[in-house]
Design a binder for this molecule. Structure first.
Ligand code: SAM
Length: 191
């Protein structure tokens, strides 16, 4: 029975609607961008996707062949400081411990140009036990709809924690939009 629990959970999880009207301009580093490759599908050759699992890259690569697909841990990036215009993370924070997330924020801050923005979409996890699953129906700027689900064993996560980690590494948090089970947050590097 236990092994069927995630599937049962998925069956009874209501889909969350997300409409992405835009992503940042210029060069983008997308953290944890494998799987569906949502940001790469929108930004195409402007996007450098970082993912630490080759399988996730392989799954997404064909959906945006002109993006750059890089197998790497985002806690340690090979790019020089100020290399990218902007950064994104679409439901990848929920796959990291909060300590790892802070290290990723440090690296993103470093590789962004001054004035660069970090756009984050992520799950608000209030449940305490077992596997958390979020089901999404994502509408891209061109109207394409992608239905997907992301699951994580992270116990709890809140936008307040994420905001605090961003502030710790000197980002300015400019926008927070709270939805039922997820949030969108925009932070800016002003050094
Ligand atoms: C489910 S995906 C998020 C959804 C994805 N952005 C998309 O467009 O479908 C989460 C990804 O984060 C990646 N990830 C987790 N920790 C990471 C890290 N420290 N560095 C790079 N990628 C990481 C995982 O390998 C996984 O592919």
């Amino acid at each position: 029975m236990k092994k069927y629990l995630p599937y049962l959970k998925l069956l009874f999880t209501r889909s969350q609607k997300i409409t992405i009207d835009a992503i940042p301009n210029g060069s983008i580093i997308d953290i944890g961008g494998g799987g569906e490759g949502i940001i790469a599908q929108i930004g195409k050759n402007n996007v450098t996707v970082i993912d630490k699992h080759q399988g996730e890259i392989d799954e997404a690569k064909s959906k945006s062949p002109t993006s750059k697909w890089v197998l790497a841990d985002a806690t340690s990036l090979e790019y020089e400081s100020g290399y990218f215009d902007n950064a994104t993370a679409f439901f990848s924070g929920m796959y990291m411990s909060i300590e790892t997330f802070e290290k990723v924020c440090e690296e993103v801050y470093r590789v962004l140009k001054n004035g660069g923005e970090f756009w984050i979409w992520d799950a608000e996890i209030s449940e305490n036990a077992g596997l958390f699953i979020i089901r999404l129906s994502v509408t891209l700027p061109n109207g394409k709809k992608i239905r997907t689900a992301y699951g994580s064993k992270i116990m709890k996560r809140s936008v307040t924690e994420i905001k605090q980690k961003l502030l710790n590494v000197k980002f300015q948090v400019e926008v927070i939009e709270n939805q039922e089970k997820w949030f969108f947050l925009k932070a800016v590097k002003i050094s």
